[in-house]
Design a protein around this ligand. Structure first.
Ligand code: IMP
Length: 192
């Protein structure tokens, strides 16, 4: 089964392959071609659907996409859907530095990763959203993962997400949970 992935983020494609392969044996993930659509939705749910719809329209194949980000309580949910481009450069290191600088003086360091996972075929559209709770570290640590992983300490852990193995992260992460639930749904649907 070929499934197009509506993302240009190589890290995400890698994570998705690891998450989906055991649940959908034989699934081949193909990166979307063409320009990325404008993510002009106001929610993770809307933006995931925009990306999966665009990949489906362009390829004619069943397509998945996710939209994800970090919500920080003390920052009223920021960076939220703007996580990828929170700082002017949009670089991971600048985005994390900006979050940490805006957290100065806040005692409440609660944060959650959110992932909306969308699946679009000729027959229908499906979206599943999952969360991963934790707190923000005082400074970045760890070399794994991507994005805000070096400053996110998952609930029940004493290390950052960037210090977890890829396998351990996928087991508990927002993206792991959302795509495992989506894969279970996909397995019950006709393959068209
Ligand atoms: P998207 O590609 O538009 O969904 O943007 C997602 C952005 O949210 C990424 O560029 C990261 O900054 C952040 N993000 C989402 N998921 C993760 C994760 O698992 N770890 C770290 N950062 C993440």
């Amino acid at each position: 089964m070929r499934v197009v992935v509506g993302t240009r983020n190589a890290h995400k494609i890698e994570e998705l392959q690891q998450i989906l392969s055991p649940l959908l044996p034989g699934v081949e993930l193909v990166p979307a071609a063409g320009d990325a659509p404008d993510e002009d939705g106001t929610t993770f749910y809307d933006n995931a659907l925009i990306k999966a719809r665009a990949a489906h329209a362009e390829s004619g194949l069943p397509s998945v996409a996710d939209d994800s980000g970090l919500e920080v309580s003390a920052l009223e949910g920021a960076p939220g859907i703007h996580s990828a481009r929170y700082s002017p450069s949009g670089l991971d290191a600048d985005n994390t530095a900006l979050v940490l600088s805006r957290m100065a003086g806040h005692d409440d360091r609660a944060a959650e990763f959110v992932c909306a996972a969308a699946y679009v075929t000729d027959r229908g559209e499906y979206v599943i959203e999952r969360r991963w709770a934790g707190t923000l570290a005082l400074e970045p640590s760890g070399g794994g993962g991507f994005g805000y992983d070096p400053i996110f300490i998952p609930e029940g852990r004493s290390v950052t997400a960037a210090q977890l193995s890829a396998h351990d992260k996928n087991d508990v992460s927002h993206r792991g949970k959302a795509f495992r639930a989506l894969a279970e749904l996909m397995a019950t649907l006709p393959r068209s």
